[in-house]
Design a binder for this molecule. Structure first.
Ligand code: FES
Length: 172
């Protein structure tokens, strides 16, 4: 056997080291690919809050929220109610103020003024503002806010007109 050159010795040593470590280049494990991100589930959208100021129309679903129900305002025929007028209606012993705007939209609120209980159903309607007959505070009938500067609001009631009848969404 001829004497080995120093390059030959080096090559053989490298091979022996690799063999001893069991790691030639082809067997070096490659790191796993990062796992694909699992799709994030999209949370369901919450139901839209009822719009107190929306024009009167039947809601998308006719089902009122739990604990509430549509009740006909007895004796109220929508085509006979004068535009720009205010009325009191009684349902289950509770009075509500029913408004018909100059544009023919129906709105309703609690009849009881949040200031001192004045009968808003006996108030004056000017556009979307009702004036309480007791102390003349005014309230926007679309959202119940006080438009005369007081930190008060009156509760709005959803209204719909269906088949020639007016319905209010009231507690059961
Ligand atoms: S009770 Fe309505 S303004 Fe006072």
């Amino acid at each position: 056997m001829p004497p080995m050159s120093r390059f030959g010795i080096r090559r053989r040593l490298k091979g022996a080291v690799k063999k001893a470590m069991g790691a030639d280049e082809s067997s070096v494990p490659t790191p796993p690919a990062p796992a694909a991100a699992a799709p994030t589930p999209t949370p369901p959208k919450p139901p839209a809050a009822p719009s107190m100021g929306a024009p009167v129309a039947a809601p998308a679903t006719d089902e009122p929220p739990k604990g509430r129900m549509w009740v006909q305002a007895q004796g109220v025929r929508p085509d006979e109610v004068i535009d720009g007028s205010v009325h009191q209606v009684g349902i289950f012993g509770t009075r509500y103020a029913l408004y018909k705007t100059d544009d023919g939209e129906f709105h309703a609120t609690s009849d009881s003024c949040p200031h001192a209980g004045g009968p808003l159903g006996e108030g004056e309607l000017d556009g979307f503002d009702v004036t309480c007959p007791f102390h003349s505070f005014t309230f926007d009938i679309r959202d119940g806010s006080c438009t005369s500067g007081e930190d008060l609001s009156v509760r709005c009631i959803d209204v719909k007109v269906d088949n020639g009848k007016v319905f209010l969404e009231v507690p059961q």
